[in-house]
Design a protein around this ligand. Structure first.
Ligand code: SF4
Length: 60
């Protein structure tokens, strides 16, 4: 199964603000890298994708 929320750890700069934009509270920072808790809950609103300054997060 393809992932819905794809996070490129190499691009992640621990920019915590985009974890706060998720209306379903799915994003969090762990060891300086953005993670997704339960991507099945993602509504594909893509707010995180638009806000991330390095393009580290993509929604499929
Ligand atoms: S696309 Fe929307 S619901 Fe899905 S992780 Fe990003 S902000 Fe959350």
């Amino acid at each position: 199964m393809n992932k819905i929320v794809v996070i490129d750890a190499d691009k992640c700069i621990d920019y915590g603000l985009y974890t706060e934009i998720c209306p379903n509270n799915l994003l969090y920072i762990h060891n300086g890298i953005c993670k997704v808790s339960d991507e099945k809950m993602c509504d594909k609103s893509k707010g995180c994708e638009k806000v991330c300054p390095t393009g580290a997060i993509k929604i499929n």
